[in-house]
Ligand binder design. Sequence first.
Ligand SMILES: C[S@@+](CC[C@H](N)C(=O)[O-])C[C@H]1O[C@@H](n2cnc3c(N)ncnc32)[C@H](O)[C@@H]1O
Length: 247
Amino acid sequence: MKKDLQLPDGYSSKEDYVRDLFESIAHRYDLLNTLLSFNRDKYWRRFAVARTGLRAGGTALDVCCGTGSLALELARVAGTGGRVVGVDFAPRMLAEAKRRLGRRPEGRIIELICGNAVALPFADDTFDCATIGFALRNVPSIERTIQEMQRVVKPGGRVVSLELAKPGAFGFKQLYYLYFNHLVPLLGRLGVGRRGPYSYLPHSLKDFPHQREILALFRRVGLEDVALYELTGGIVAVHVGTKAGPV
Ligand SMILES: C[S@@+](CC[C@H](N)C(=O)[O-])C[C@H]1O[C@@H](n2cnc3c(N)ncnc32)[C@H](O)[C@@H]1O
């Protein structure tokens, strides 16, 4: 891995690298997520979905939906009268999502679409809310992605991001980074049989802005009532903003 670019040889764009990376780990993604987060990811997702303001019968978009975990949580809230759309650019992640959703009753209201977070294939003011889970670190432009999410939600609708963050508490922080920078790549390597994908994880967080900067970005793009919630000692952050305009 080139230290300056954080890209392995053969890649000139982060977008291509990220797509190939998720294509290659799709079959193990959910298992490793559960193991590496000590199953906390379920709580984090529920917390994020609770911040969307989504109600039964509502419509939600999950950007960078991957294998569909966050979309499933949204579908639980939206219920049979609702509609949830998941969009992702990695076909194998979407194939995993399709397989999983097919086995669950709430999966029936979820539609999966191949598309890019920075150019969402939806009209303005389409959804009651939009979420993105563990993916702002991966997109080619964080600002453009948030703007796109803001564009496609209705006025008064919420944009919610759930993402890894940078803990601050002395002692906990050092322990966490020991785990995240050293143990996670090792366990990931055992899980997928290769070094690359889970070595990217620490790099992606190191290059990612601090949660307070993401909060400032939410404000800068024009979202209102913005809020930041830090979970599990600050290793995860949930950002929330509301689209301005007449409801
Ligand atoms: C870490 S996974 C998160 C998946 C899911 N949101 C979750 O909570 O488990 C990141 C996902 O973002 C997708 N992704 C990354 N960049 C993207 C982009 N520009 N457009 C669409 N999907 C993208 C990847 O294909 C991958 O499925």
